[in-house]
Design a protein around this ligand. Structure first.
Ligand SMILES: [Fe+2]
Ligand SMILES: [Fe+2]
Length: 310
């Protein structure tokens, strides 16, 4: 019987470098290509915006809400990539005088996240030019990064793998198959997805490398910190869903009373929790990696924390 040769760890970093070189793209030449956002189209796909739950809204209002959610989606990625990049630069320190292939893979990862942040800032500005004024993104990327990086590297790497896996899932399951989206919005996340595939592989390699030296008592504390990070993400989602509901109400073109605004906010919070927490937490590969590192009691602690967000 043929036995598959296990791929060496260095070889996995080499493959990530190779893939990174082959998919590399430019913001203007490849993604934007002189285009503008067309507001007659939806931005965020139904599978992420959960727009079918806003049953009482007109088609035009649903489209507007998908555009607001699309702008927030780009801003959330810009936000999380600030701390992801800082953490990648920090863990790269372990390779400065070691395996230069591993170092190169992480440097490329960092370079890509800087480019992605520039892309998402550009998308926010471009959507801002097409939609009415008054939109607010509530969280400050540096303040959030400061708080996140106050936690252990283990917990931050867990959250990072979670995010980089759900990014891919969102593209493949919801963005790519939706035939009714803005082509420009779709392309932004097609190109983003191409570079994110390598990141998730590197996150896992680095997380496992760091986990190998962790004591059981420390790991138990890190699980608590991971739960705290997820709760902090949820806090941001509460504030952003309120800001986006307020913006929607102000520009819906009709009277939206406080009760309806609260319904919109509840719908947005549910969609945002799906997008940024639950679609990653039940990602099969994330679950596989996480449960290979933690014990049953720790898994149950995470599961019961997540259950409060349903
Ligand atoms: Fe990215
Ligand atoms: Fe990434």
């Amino acid at each position: 019987m043929a036995v598959m040769n296990p791929i060496s760890t260095t070889e996995r970093y080499e493959r990530a470098i190779k893939a990174s070189k082959s998919v590399r793209w430019d913001i203007d030449a490849d993604v934007i290509r002189g285009r503008q956002f067309d507001t007659s189209q939806k931005f965020l796909p139904d599978g992420l915006s959960l727009i079918q739950e806003f049953t009482w809204l007109s088609e035009a209002e649903k489209r507007f809400l998908s555009q607001i959610q699309g702008r927030t989606y780009a801003n959330v990625f810009g936000l999380v990539e600030r701390f992801i990049n800082a953490k990648v630069l920090e863990v790269s320190h372990d390779h400065w005088f070691g395996d230069q292939t591993k170092l190169e893979a992480l440097v490329r990862f960092s370079d890509e996240e800087l480019k992605h942040q520039a892309l998402f800032r550009r998308i926010d500005r471009m959507i801002g030019e097409r939609l009415p004024g008054g939109y607010r993104f509530v969280a400050d990327p540096n303040a959030v990064a400061g708080a996140v990086l106050g936690k252990s590297t283990w917990a931050v790497m867990a959250l990072t793998l979670d995010i980089e896996l759900f990014t891919q899932r969102h593209y493949r399951q919801s963005i790519e198959p939706d035939g009714n989206l803005s082509e420009l919005f779709k392309d932004v996340f097609l190109f983003h997805w191409k570079e994110e595939s390598q990141h998730a592989i590197l996150d896992e390699l680095e997380w496992r490398r760091l986990d190998a030296d962790v004591s059981p008592a420390d790991r138990d504390r890190f699980v608590t910190e991971f739960i705290e990070l997820v709760a902090a993400v949820d806090g941001i989602l509460h504030a952003q869903s309120a800001a986006d509901a307020e913006y929607f109400a102000a520009h819906a073109g009709r009277v939206v009373d406080a009760e309806e605004r609260n319904r919109v906010q509840a719908g947005l919070l549910k969609a945002y929790r799906w997008q940024y927490i639950l679609s990653g937490a039940d990602h099969p590969h994330f679950v596989k990696v996480l449960t290979s590192l933690i014990d049953g009691a720790q898994t149950r602690r995470i599961t019961s924390a997540l259950a409060t967000l349903q």
